[in-house]
Design a protein around this ligand. Structure first.
Ligand code: BCO
Length: 572
């Protein structure tokens, strides 16, 4: 048995109930750690057996993928079992990967991405997901810092990989997922067809690495967040199941990009641990109308998306669409505004349930289905996490007092919490204080155990559900000859929560340039240097060009509520 980390708040005790029968869902207790756990054999193969035994309808796909061209893929758990065993064989036999080797996976939302994800888990290959927005430079950094032996991508990102691969001596294999072939690249689709369906799944120990997510910090380059199979086991725990209450007849759509932990949790772990169908719509670009049409057209029962997605959907007339099967909406990645909750409820009749988590923590707090919703609160901590609000000395604070949101790690570190930042013990230990892992977020807790998020405790910018380190944008700007100095901050935005705002001091030779054009040039420059989602959407140059006269060299007008005056030291 796993010692309980902290006391369980009375409000959360009902979460320990076990409503599922052993025959239906694999069972582990909230505070039990098995010695070994492999999501592929313990969960995916379990559901394949349930299909064979007639306990899950094999006509309900486990993965249902569609795109804008009308293409469709439907695989049940038995088919996914064979295909992911084949994918595992491609990784070990064709790519020469061994247990513990690292693989960088950069693919759009195509079915192969899910095959390779489970293939890695079967083979014990450590998966490093990356968004398709990564530039050549981002890829270089990830390959070098992780020492990944294999990269898997499509033909678009393959060009970027080839431009940097010579600087990555540890990179042994490049695997292409495409209808075309490329010199120097193995062809995944051909190899998959030829691969055997027989594969012996690795018996993964609980402390072994499973996935690494890159996440931005307040300084420097993104950090590598290491997770063990505990992250996957977490989705099978009784209290976690109470959050979403998914069943094997649900169809769940997560709109997050596969590079992020939200997608890993909500399009792989959560649905498949419950035998639920994971639905994917691949869109070349984010189009709110297309999302509303998909929700109307397909029998989706459950959706998860960042608050900005809901906000963008709400810009349209949502009430003119009918979502006949949708029964649950969830959101994570950022705080949901109470007015968006109200608008969505008015338009669809459904509440939006908040989920709070980070790359380091996975699912941390949530508003489980059926509990009272307190608008503006991200819900209650989900066992085995014991979340508290602490002060700067690591003492827990009483209800209503603002402090840092922290997860208890002593006497026992929850197995589903990350095990540390790879090759960065200083950063790992600086994320701990006393008995707690500190999230970097500020908040309060109320008498019922509901957590109320107040904002970041550091410089990190939370824009559209992305976590952006200001220094990454400042470094990108610094490479443009027009930029003498810059400072990047988060700026409140009605659509995206926050957006990146850059204050730029121009070099003398650019001071006479057209500010509009220069602002656009700087934006394009950042999009090329680093993943485009980080580009500054606001800045004195950009904002000024629309609303006020630009006086080059001036800092602009004071921002309300500040009244900035210039005086000398003798003036009062
Ligand atoms: O604003 P622009 O149109 O000028 O630029 C956009 C894109 O068009 C552009 N872009 C995208 N891919 C590109 C590209 N440019 C060049 N090459 C490419 N390959 O770059 C800008 C990217 O901004 P964006 O990603 O915000 O795009 P967009 O279309 O505005 O999308 C809006 C959202 C809301 C769909 C998007 O921001 C989004 O998906 N947000 C959610 C992020 C998320 O899932 N976060 C969860 C993280 S995990 C976590 O927090 C733990 C929770 C448990």
């Amino acid at each position: 048995p796993w010692p309980i980390c902290g006391s369980l708040h009375p409000h959360r005790r009902h979460l320990l109930a076990r409503p599922f029968s052993r025959t239906e869902t694999p069972q582990w207790g909230d505070y039990e750690i098995p010695k070994e756990f492999n999501f592929a054999s313990d969960v995916m193969d379990h559901w394949a057996r349930m299909e064979k035994e007639g306990k899950r309808d094999p006509l309900i796909p486990a993965l249902w993928w569609v795109n804008d061209k009308g293409d469709e893929v439907k695989w049940n758990f038995q088919e996914l079992g064979d295909l992911t065993r084949q994918a595992a064989n491609v990784l070990t036999e064709n790519c020469g990967l061994q247990r513990g080797d690292r693989l960088l996976l950069i693919l759009p939302r195509i079915p192969d991405l899910w095959l390779l994800t489970v293939g890695c888990i079967r083979a014990g290959v450590v998966l490093l997901p990356g968004t398709i927005q990564l530039t050549a430079r981002d890829i270089l950094y990830r390959l070098q810092s992780s020492k990944a032996k294999c990269i898997v991508t499509n033909e678009t990102s393959a060009l970027a990989v080839d431009s940097v691969a010579s600087d990555c001596p540890q990179l042994k294999t490049k695997l292409l997922v495409s209808e075309k072939s490329l010199d120097g690249w193995l062809d995944f689709k051909t190899l998959l067809k030829a691969a055997s369906v027989d594969h012996t799944c690795v018996k993964t120990k609980m402390q072994e690495p499973m996935t690494i997510f890159f996440t931005s910090g307040t300084t420097g380059t993104p950090k590598m967040v290491l997770h063990t199979p505990g992250l996957a086991l977490r989705s099978c725990l009784p209290s976690t199941r109470q959050v979403l209450k998914l069943t094997s007849s649900d169809i769940s759509w997560c709109l997050s990009d596969p590079g992020w932990i939200l997608s890993f949790v909500a399009s792989v772990l959560e649905p498949w641990s419950s035998g639920t169908c994971s639905f994917i719509h691949q869109m070349p670009q984010f189009k709110p109308e297309a999302i509303l049409k998909t929700l109307s057209r397909y029998p989706i029962t459950y959706m998860t998306a960042a608050p900005s997605v809901y906000r963008m959907l709400l810009q349209l007339d949502v009430s003119s669409y009918k979502f006949p099967t949708l029964k649950h909406a969830a959101t994570g990645g950022d705080a949901l505004l109470p007015e968006d909750f109200e608008k969505w409820k008015k338009a669809t009749g459904l509440a939006i349930h908040e989920i709070y988590g980070q790359s380091e923590t996975g699912l941390t707090c949530a508003v489980p289905r059926g509990i009272k919703i307190k608008k503006g609160s991200m819900g209650i901590a989900i066992p085995p996490f014991d979340m508290q609000i602490i002060d700067e000395k690591g003492n827990t604070l009483p209800p209503g007092i603002e402090g840092e949101m922290a997860i208890r790690i002593k006497p026992t570190r929850p197995i589903c919490l990350f095990s540390g930042y790879v090759d960065n013990p200083e950063k790992t230990s600086s994320s701990e204080r006393g008995d707690f892992y500190i999230t970097g977020d500020r908040g309060t807790i109320d008498e019922d155990g509901y957590i109320w998020y107040l904002g970041r405790d550091d410089d990190i910018i939370k824009a559209s559900g992305y976590r952006i380190g200001p220094s990454e944008v400042e470094n990108a700007l610094a490479e443009h000859p027009a930029v003498a100095e810059s400072a990047v901050v988060g700026s409140q935005d009605p659509l995206r929560g926050e957006v990146v705002k850059a204050f730029v001091v121009l070099t003398p030779e650019f001071r006479s340039h057209d500010p509009d054009k220069l602002a656009q040039e700087l934006q394009q420059h950042v999009k090329k240097i680093t993943a485009p989602y980080k580009y500054p959407r606001k800045g004195p140059l950009c904002a000024a060009s629309k609303r006020m006269k630009v006086k080059l060299g001036s800092l602009g007008k004071p921002c309300l509520p500040y009244n900035v005056q210039v005086g000398n030291s003798n003036e009062k």
